[in-house]
Design a protein around this ligand. Structure first.
Ligand code: NAD
Length: 290
């Protein structure tokens, strides 16, 4: 079995690292937040005292970090520790450009890079039911595929460039967030018109208006009052910003894409970086209702 390093043990990385341990792998884990390391060590991982220690000697090193700036910083930190012939798998929602730059840089050291962002939320990470969207060399992907199957159920190879996975992920999160914003507006309007909110999402979720917001996020995380998707508004705002930058890099204009980025940015300002992504519902309600 390959020996694994895992860096970034938050809402997603923690459960993914635990699932790799449960599958029988030796995992050496690091996070800048000590309690996050302790939680994974209790499940059987080896606690590292630095990112370099988690990377040193591992056959495959996983990153699950907030965004591209953190990925660049950690790669700077671990580049000299990565062993020739090893694979760096970036599970972070990052940018295609960052992932391709990291791959070019590490190619000189004989390290392969797969960009492998995930979808399915904290519950998917816990239950090992994530979608994993992988870009990079097919042979390297195939060698790592059994590891992806330990943390997810739907594993896609979407292109030969390491950044292709991150391009697909940004587009996916755009659709997820547009659906949440549009469905929030529809439910708030219906509520104001005297309709029952649960009934509204029941109808939408089996009719032509169905999407992930009315099938899951709004009924299970807004109408319950829980706001507990486990995905921070600050991270969704980052994803929408990265989507806008990606469109700019391609020279492609977007109307709704930039508007979605700005709505999410205002929601983050009002509800906080750590507010759950579903708090965008409250933000819109405060704007729409007197
Ligand atoms: P999180 O903020 O809960 O976790 C990020 C972790 O990275 C934190 O524990 C933090 O301490 C650690 N970290 C930051 N800098 C570090 C460094 N230099 N060295 C080591 N550790 C460092 O975020 P999350 O929700 O786990 O998301 C991780 C990534 O997955 C993000 O890119 C996010 O956009 C993406 N994602 C999240 C979800 C979700 O539902 N939470 C779903 C899909 C994708």
């Amino acid at each position: 079995m390959p020996s694994l390093g895992f860096i970034g043990l938050g809402s997603m990385g923690g459960p993914m690292a635990r699932n790799l341990v449960s599958a029988g792998h030796g995992v050496t884990a690091f996070d800048v937040d000590p309690p996050a390391i302790e939680a994974v060590a209790e499940a059987g991982a080896t606690a590292a005292s630095s990112a370099g220690e988690a990377a040193a000697g591992a056959d495959v090193v996983f990153l699950s970090l907030p965004g591209p700036a953190n990925v660049e910083a950690v790669v700077d930190e671990i580049a000299a520790d990565l062993r020739e012939g090893s694979v760096l798998v970036d599970l972070t929602t990052s940018t295609p450009g960052t992932t391709n730059d990291v791959a070019d840089r590490l190619a000189d050291r004989g390290v392969d890079v797969l960009g492998a962002p995930v979808s399915g939320g904290a519950s998917g990470a816990r239950d090992a039911t994530l979608s994993i969207i992988v870009g990079g060399d097919r042979a390297v992907f195939e060698a790592c595929e059994p590891l992806f199957r330990d943390i997810g159920t739907d594993v896609f190879h979407v292109g030969e460039e390491p950044g292709h996975g991150h391009a697909v992920k940004l587009l996916n999160n755009y659709l997820s967030n547009v659906a949440l914003i549009a469905t929030s507006e529809a439910v708030i309007l219906g509520d104001q018109a005297g309709l029952d909110r649960e009934t509204l999402v029941d109808v939408f979720s089996v009719s032509s208006g169905r999407n992930s917001a009315n099938q899951d996020k709004i009924p299970d995380h807004v109408l319950t009052g829980g706001y507990d998707m486990g995905f921070k508004l600050g991270l969704m705002e980052k994803d929408m910003r990265l989507l806008s930058e990606f469109a700019g890099d391609q020279g492609i204009p977007m109307l709704l894409g930039h508007l979605t980025r700005d709505i999410t940015g205002y929601a983050k300002t009002k509800k906080g970086y750590d507010g759950d992504m579903t708090r965008v519902y409250d933000f819109l309600e405060e704007l729409m209702v007197e």
